[in-house]
Design a protein around this ligand. Structure first.
Ligand code: ADP
Ligand code: MG
Length: 587
């Protein structure tokens, strides 16, 4: 028998630390509270620094209203808030915070320093709190706004520390919070560094600008604006029909400026693509819904991402109409292109030897071809080069797309047919390999995934991913072990921003099984795989602007005349070849 222990009232500091655990679960939750406070204070610029996964240091500096000197200590006290005064106000809050416990909770489990200056005052003031005790306060130099620094988070709460994942995982969860808030508050300019590395920078502009900063310019270019004002207003931007993906993970929902999950709304977006994209494929982008507070089920726990509407059908309908309008109003698929009529079936009699199939060493190149002669030389991809086989291309002008396949282009009096998939693949592959060759310890061209991808792959493969950590991060992936048998990917190379991250990561993990392959060979194969996933597919319609962009990139790519697997990416028909084919004497 155990003797009954006397019941004691916990000291306030201990009680606070316990309560803190409910609000502050991990560094990402600290960051969220601090940034939300900055937003509530009307900041137009928020700078964030994360160190050691947020456990060493989290700093959030804003240019908002600041805190009056007399209120400073109150701000770090439990249930002290400037946002509501009577209980009724809770129903009307428009600010992100109102419970008045975030700062107190954070201060209870860390070393917190708050330095602030209101716009009107001459000097700033500061207060320092460690594990719930105010250590110091006084005057301090400060620009207008507030700067909160949280160090040694949970250092005195070993129980809490045990629940945390790796430093890298906690750090990227915190970065994700910053990215989410940057998307939901596009008018505010954000910067965020993670262990000194700039991982997020938004300029403070439109939603489109913020999306571009977070998902990358390549994926953003294919987005169409949603613009449906009304009692249920729908905004944002979704991918145009030619830019679909294999999973829904690229679609983000915002309701009243909060990132949410809602199956019905995702389905509404999906349905609007029906008939426009192949079945099983999905659009991506950001759908932002604004409804009046009453239309929303009051959410009890503001950190929760689920949301319920009092009239879900109406919201569903509004989202679907907005998506329809954008998708149907999109410029006609593959608009503006035309295919030269001379390329009708059978009109061109091609005999091997007449035609310069560039990049295939076994096929002879007509050496008299004046245009081609100039293309030879300058650049190469370092591989074996056969004399007479051009590895670089002159500037090409897009004419259009034949059917939904080859691109037709000209350069002077030469006609060039381009396999868009092979060409794009080579462009991306070359970009990736050149990144690897750089000596920088970490790759810079990384793209945060709005929704991280988790792949269940068994403990064996998960640990192999861990072995190759350096390799993946150089390439631009952020991959980490997620539980014993899964891998979580939170960022992909910028190059692969257009790919379906789930499929890509799953195949990469599969590919790691190639144990016999040497390092260089494996790199080559992984780069080719990433490129293949990210590249436009052969059957895809590409609009003229994208056609021209692809051609320009191809021209700038050394060895752009073959795909990473060595197959030709272009077919060059010079004037002499065409004349011969048409039995027309050379002019
Ligand atoms: P809440 O946000 O729920 O009111 P907090 O504990 O997060 O509670 O903050 C307490 C109070 O401190 C806020 O109500 C606000 O008055 C003040 N405050 C906190 N952070 C800032 C900031 N960055 N700028 C201005 N005031 C702030
Ligand atoms: Mg708050």
């Amino acid at each position: 028998m155990i003797a009954a222990a006397p019941i004691r009232r916990l000291p306030q500091v201990v009680a606070d630390a316990i309560a803190a655990g409910e609000v502050i679960e991990r560094p990402a939750s600290v960051l969220k509270e601090l940034v939300e406070n900055a937003l509530d204070a009307g900041a137009s610029r928020i700078d964030i620094a994360i160190e050691g996964g947020g456990l060493v240091r989290i700093m959030v500096a804003d240019d908002g209203a600041g805190i009056a000197e007399d209120d400073l200590e109150l701000a770090v006290e439990r249930h002290a808030t400037s946002k509501i005064t009577v209980a009724d106000d809770i129903m009307r809050v428009r600010t992100l915070g109102f419970r008045g416990e975030a700062l107190a909770s954070i201060a209870a489990v860390s070393e917190l320093r708050l330095t602030t200056r209101t716009r009107g005052s001459v000097g700033g003031s500061t207060v320092g709190v460690r594990n719930g005790h105010v250590l110091s306060r006084g005057a301090a130099a400060s620009g207008p706004g507030t700067r909160v620094e949280v160090c040694e988070l949970f250092a005195a709460s070993p129980a809490r520390l045990r629940f945390l994942r790796s430093v890298a995982t906690e750090g990227s969860a915190a970065v994700r919070v910053a990215a989410d808030l940057a998307i939901t508050h596009p008018e505010v300019s954000f910067t965020c560094t993670n262990d000194g590395r700039m991982v997020l920078r938004t300029a403070g502009g439109t939603l489109r600008d913020a999306i571009r900063a977070v998902i990358g310019a390549r994926a953003e270019r294919d987005l169409l604006d949603l613009d449906a004002p009304g009692p249920i207003a729908v905004g944002g931007a979704i991918s145009s029909p030619h830019a679909h993906r294999a999973s829904r993970s690229g679609l983000v929902l915002i309701v009243n400026r909060r990132l949410v999950h809602n199956r019905a709304l995702l389905a509404a977006v999906d349905e609007s693509y029906r008939g426009l994209i192949p079945s099983g494929r999905h659009g991506y982008g950001v759908v932002s819904v604004e409804v009046s507070g009453e239309a929303l089920d009051v959410n009890v726990h503001p950190a929760k991402r689920e949301v319920r509407f009092s009239d879900e059908r109406a919201v569903f309908g509004a989202v679907q109409r907005a998506c329809w309008a954008a998708l149907r109003g999109a410029p006609a698929l593959g608009s503006g292109g035309y295919v030269p009529t001379g390329f009708a079936n059978g009109a061109l009699e091609v005999r091997e030897g007449d035609v310069a199939i560039v990049g295939r060493a076994t096929l002879p190149l007509a050496d008299r071809a004046t245009g081609l002669a100039a293309w030879n030389g300058a650049q190469g991809d370092g591989g074996a080069r056969t004399p007479g086989v051009p590895t670089a291309l002159p500037a090409l002008d897009a004419l259009g797309q034949a059917g939904s396949g080859f691109l037709v282009a000209t350069s002077g009096d030469t006609v060039v047919l381009v396999d868009p998939h092979a060409a794009h693949e080579k462009v991306l592959y070359t970009e990736l390999l050149s990144r690897w060759r750089q000596d920088a310890p970490e790759a810079s061209g990384s793209q945060l995934l709005l929704m991280p991808v988790v792949v269940e792959c068994g403990p064996d493969r998960a640990s192999r991913v861990a072995d190759e950590h350096d390799f993946f991060s150089r390439c631009g992936f952020t991959m980490e072990q997620f539980g014993p048998g899964a891998v979580r990917c939170t960022a992909v190379p910028l190059t692969a921003a257009g790919a379906d991250p789930e499929l890509l990561v799953a195949e990469l993990i599969d590919r790691l099984d190639d144990h016999d392959a040497g390092t260089a060979d494996r790199r080559h194969r992984l780069a080719a795989l990433v490129a293949c996933h990210a590249a436009v597919r052969f059957g895809d319609r590409i609009d003229v602007v994208a056609q021209q962009r692809l051609l320009d990139e191809l021209v700038a790519t050394p060895g752009g005349t073959t795909c990473p697997h060595g197959r030709p990416s272009v077919l060059i028909l010079d004037d002499a070849t065409l004349r011969r084919a048409f039995r027309r004497p050379s002019g």
